[in-house]
Design a binder for this molecule. Structure first.
Ligand code: KIV
Ligand code: ZN
Length: 385
């Protein structure tokens, strides 16, 4: 059984969500929660981006002891110096340095030839290694890069001292088969690849960030980069909670585990949503309000008989107290009876039949039935507890 390292980037890539701006206190609060969750690495920010971000990364690095803290830098000495200033007091200073490797980015953004990009990447890693014991290198837009070039630059940066190689799907362009193939290719064609840990970093533009990350695990990645609630640039990053729970629930398939304390997931999700102001959609896997809610009669009946009929994840696993049987027009009599019992009412079967008929008439007109609606029905029918 392999252990997959979880690299959380909620405080860096997550903070790049349009409209999100976390101050130092908010970053510290989230960082402490991520530490309790058990992330192996947290990327606390981009120190060269602003003085505020440098100070926040510095504060987080001085407080967090049980997760490694890192910061992002472009491939230039000034960014690396800013990151060192922010991280030098952390338990294990670790840098995340990147450069783009796709023809589109090299031509239009960097205005460099591939050889110049290799040189800049190697120089940046060598310079970083003079200060940082651990250097992670990322090939921005790796999935639109030429594979032969990618293998060449990866070999060179490993020689220069990078010990973690990250393969970002920066624009969420790839799919699981293609992404897995990149990992297989690098493992086969980079002679010194065994000196490095391979890492996945996926964006969700086509809704495949989690599937792509899991494919990377199947194909040799030992680190996954992700964010709480999947927040991040544009459509966001791969969701930490979905990856963690998928690995745990399908341990039989992935043969991999993480160091995360899954029970902390729900509270962490709520904190990130509150402090970033980004609401979690109700149908979001694992952390959405409806993730453990059953509405239809057939499902409610099944769950009341045996939870595993319609629940592959127990709510308790991720720190949610219990599942919910939501009453609506699809609900069945079994769930209705159960709901009344929970409110302290156990009318005889003939009364339940009449009540249930009225309940269905009302449910047809309303989107969601509330506890007040049920009490009103009970009062109308003069049912006592
Ligand atoms: O998506 C991306 O390419 C990134 C890099 C900076 C790692 O976030
Ligand atoms: Zn990213």
């Amino acid at each position: 059984m392999r252990t997959i390292e979880i690299f959380d980037t909620t405080l860096r890539d997550g903070e790049q969500t349009a409209g999100v701006n976390l101050n130092t206190e908010e970053k510290i609060e989230i960082a402490k929660r991520l530490e309790r969750l058990g992330v192996d690495v947290m990327e606390a920010g981009f120190p060269a981006a602003s003085k505020g971000d440098l100070d926040a990364v510095k504060k987080v690095a001085s407080i967090i002891k049980n997760s490694s803290v890192t910061g992002l830098a472009r491939s230039n000495q000034s960014d690396i110096d800013h990151a060192w200033e922010a991280l030098k007091e952390s338990a294990e200073p670790r840098l995340h340095v990147f450069i783009a490797t796709s023809p589109i980015h090299m031509t239009y953004k960097l205005k460099k030839t591939p050889d110049q990009v290799v040189e800049a990447a190697v120089d940046a890693v060598k310079y970083s290694k003079k200060k940082f014991p651990v250097v992670q290198w990322s090939a921005e837009d790796a999935c639109r890069s030429d594979l032969v070039f990618l293998a060449r630059i990866v070999e060179k940066v490993i020689d220069a001292g990078a010990s973690i190689i990250n393969i970002p799907d920066t624009v969420g362009f790839t799919n699981p088969e293609e992404y897995g193939k990149i990992f297989r290719y690098l493992l086969k064609n980079v002679p010194n690849i065994q000196k490095a840990v391979l890492s996945a970093h996926c964006h969700d533009d086509l809704g495949m960030a989690v599937a792509n990350s899991l494919s990377a695990v199947e194909n040799g990645a030992n680190q996954i980069e992700c964010t709480i609630n999947g927040i991040g640039e544009r459509a966001g990053n791969a969701s930490l909670e979905e990856i963690a729970v998928a690995l745990a629930i399908r341990e039989d398939f992935y043969q991999a585990k993480t160091n995360l304390k899954l029970k902390e997931i729900s509270r962490t999700s709520q904190l990130v949503s509150r402090l970033t102001g980004i609401a979690v959609p109700p149908n979001k896997a694992v952390v959405g309000k409806n993730a453990f809610a059953h509405e239809s009669g057939i499902h409610q009946d099944g769950v009341l008989k045996e939870k595993s009929t319609y629940e592959i994840i127990t709510p308790e696993l991720v720190g949610v107290p219990s599942n919910q049987l939501v009453l609506g027009k699809h609900s069945g009599r079994h769930a209705f009876r159960d709901y009344l019992a929970k409110l302290g009412f156990q009318p005889e079967e003939s009364k339940i039949k009449v009540l249930f008929e009225d309940f269905k008439l009302l449910a047809d007109r309303k989107k969601e039935m509330t506890e007040e609606d049920i009490f009103a029905l009970l009062i109308d029918h003069r049912i006592q507890p």
